[in-house]
Design a protein around this ligand. Structure first.
Ligand SMILES: [Zn+2]
Length: 456
């Protein structure tokens, strides 16, 4: 995600980021944190969203594996949904909301490595993560408010299948590809969406509505532009740079688009939110005139997350800068590619001003700092802005060949997986043949330096 205009953050996005901050600031939850003690391998969902009322009814099967011996309950992110039924391998289990954790008590402790199926049904009005209008519903960031999952467990990637029941004639969007469409009861259709690879829960999402549509190509990848607010010709014009962006970012990542396709849903407002294989962008977040580098950031920022964030994902919030700092840097790199060096410098100047703003208030931390941030703006000044400046500094220090080769190595090595900061250091060291530990200690680790393994 990205919020450009800091003083006028849209409510949904403000809540999204506030949610991250408050969860992170609650170490007391550590012994019963959502997702602790197990790995989810797949989610199978059947959802009936009610567009007019902003409610949802769902049936969900969570296949998971215990990663420690003797866990007695399964914790997920607490939300506003009412659990109707819950069974573990067919045996009823009790659920209770403890603060921000939704706990399912197990009939007997699980041993490590045991695979089980938690089957749930629920209904309710999600407190966060639902947005739209009378004719459109789309989700934004807070997947675990409209389904049951551990929101901040970035390192736990799982398969995802969604059967979405909507009024006949309505269109849907979710992650991956639509693999089936069939008639449902009472004038409805059921659309089945499936992701081709596991993703972290915060990247799950869907939308329903009636859309204008434009199709495009970036090499062999299919690009789709959807909107409930502008027509196909306008979509094509606004997203015209996307194929060039895909070519540029694929080259820098050394990898094609993860699903060989990408969808952009254009909505009212200033939304800028990535999901696993699509992004939601607000009209107000896009440039009002063509070829204006100052306004050109939202499309490329969210598209960059297809590689940095979605495919290569920080293991925990501690290394969130790897998602957002690299993406913010790639926005500057795209501007250099499209508009020239001055646009790159201007983008980095914005980052520099934000970091200086935090420093003026006495706040500066290493990028992989694990403490609580005083507020959202400060968190962004470090994880987005300082992160981008560090990438630019690495580029200057190593030279273009070694730097881009290091970024490609990092992206390819960890595609589909999760990363911490040491993974970036190792990739850059391998590409440059240099010991970068002092540099990473200064910018990234501070005094919290992990054991150093010299480059071979
Ligand atoms: Zn972002």
């Amino acid at each position: 995600m990205h919020v450009r205009k800091e003083p006028s953050i849209r409510i949904a996005v403000a809540l999204a980021c506030a949610g991250i901050a408050s969860f992170h600031a609650s170490p007391a939850l550590a012994d019963s944190a959502p997702g602790e003690g197990f790995d989810v391998t797949r989610y199978d969902l059947a959802l009936i969203p009610d567009l007019l009322n902003g409610t949802v009814a769902g049936h969900e099967t969570i296949t998971l594996r215990a990663t420690v011996d003797g866990i007695r309950h399964l914790g997920f992110s607490g939300n506003a949904l009412t659990i109707e039924t819950a069974t573990l391998d067919g045996i009823p289990v009790a659920s209770a909301l403890h603060g921000k954790v939704l706990d399912f008590d197990l009939p007997r402790p699980l041993r490590r490595g045991r695979d089980v199926k938690l089957e749930l049904s629920y209904h309710g009005r999600p407190a966060r993560g639902f947005a739209g209008s009378s004719g459109l519903l789309y989700t934004s960031y807070f997947a675990c408010d409209w389904m049951i999952c551990p929101q901040d467990r970035f390192g736990d990637k799982a398969d995802f299948t969604l059967n979405l029941r909507v009024p006949a004639g309505m269109e849907t969007l979710s992650i991956g590809r639509m693999t089936g469409k069939r008639l449902g009861p009472d004038g409805t259709e059921i659309h089945t969406w499936r992701a081709s690879r596991p993703y972290s829960a915060y990247l799950y999402g869907f939308a329903m509505g009636r859309f204008s549509r434009a199709d495009d190509k970036a090499g062999s990848a299919d690009l789709t532009y959807l909107s409930d607010t502008v027509d196909a010709a306008d979509l094509k014009r606004r997203f015209a740079a996307t194929p060039d962006m895909v070519a540029f970012l694929s080259d820098k990542a050394g990898l094609p688009l993860p699903e060989r396709g990408y969808v952009q849903l254009l909505v009212e407002g200033d939304e800028a939110q990535e999901a696993a294989t699509y992004s939601v962008l607000g009209v107000d977040a896009l440039p009002t005139t063509d070829n204006d580098p100052a306004e050109d950031w939202a499309i490329v920022h969210e598209l960059s997350h297809q590689w940095w964030g979605n495919l290569v994902t920080c293991a925990t919030l501690k290394d969130f800068w790897l998602n957002e700092g690299i993406t913010t840097f790639m926005t500057a790199a795209w501007k250099e590619h499209r508009y020239g060096r001055a646009a790159y410098d201007a983008e980095l100047d914005i980052a520099r001003k934000r970091l200086e703003g935090a420093r003026a208030k006495g706040f500066d931390k290493p990028l992989a700092w694990d403490g609580s941030y005083p507020n959202l703006g400060t968190r962004r000044a470090i994880q987005y802005s300082k992160g981008a400046l560090f990438m630019a500094h690495l580029r200057t220090s190593l030279g273009d060949d070694a730097f881009w080769s290091g970024l490609r190595r990092y992206s390819r090595t960890h595609a589909g997986g999760t990363v911490t900061s040491i993974d970036l250091e190792r990739a850059m060291e391998a590409a440059s043949g240099r010991d970068l530990h002092a540099l990473f200690a200064e910018w990234v680790f501070g005094t919290d330096i992990p054991e150093h393994q010299p480059t071979s």
